[in-house]
Design a protein around this ligand. Sequence first.
Ligand SMILES: O=C(O)[C@@H](CO)OP(=O)(O)O
Length: 247
Amino acid sequence: MTHTLILLRHGESEWNAKNLFTGWVDVALTDKGRDEAVRGGVQLKEAGLLPDVVHTSLQRRAINTAALALDAADRHWIPVKRSWRLNERHYGALQGKDKKQTLAEYGEEQFMTWRRSFDVPPPPLADDDEFSQVDDPRYADLGDELPRTECLKDVIARMLPYWQSDITADLRAGKTVLVAAHGNSLRGIVKHLDGISDDDIAGLNIPTGMPLVYRLDDDLAPTVPGGEYLDPEAAAAAAAAVANQGR
Ligand SMILES: O=C(O)[C@@H](CO)OP(=O)(O)O
């Protein structure tokens, strides 16, 4: 039996458009981002890929992307499950900072270490920072698990328990599963699925609003490594633009 998993990064957010490090800051989609989400849903419908269940983060850019895409695919009625474990990587003290200015101030090596190294997190965000989540009611139950910064390794460590408990359960039950999440939480899922090395994952970027489809075998291993974008050319160009942010 083949299992179908669809990964969808949210459409362009207001801070993507402004080129700011975002992380756990709960910014909205832009008009372009909403259009991307609708287009992603139309593509799913045209390809006959109809989700039976959707998993999202607790952040409005992913939540609203899922709603818009599913509405466009006539699947707005399916069950929704949400978890903070699918949130974007917490970007620590970089949250709210301009990517171009950060590159100019700290140089290429430090900038790329913070953006794409596997195990070096940015400096932690202070609890009294305007972009902190310490008083956010949606994370009130997290206690000591509430991050102040994360590297990709940390994201994978907090994402995998949810992958194993909830997402794989739906896949094994034969459901077509949509995961609407974020650039770095989805990079974590892709790294896990494709067995990408800690070094090589630095070169993988996920574009906004473009469904990435994985067909998985009984061991939940991809039958096509890397999965398949429904519009591969547009996805490659958009992923290159993500890689070049700050330049
Ligand atoms: O700012 C962020 O939270 C992420 C995703 O937009 O950026 P980056 O691609 O630089 O990790």
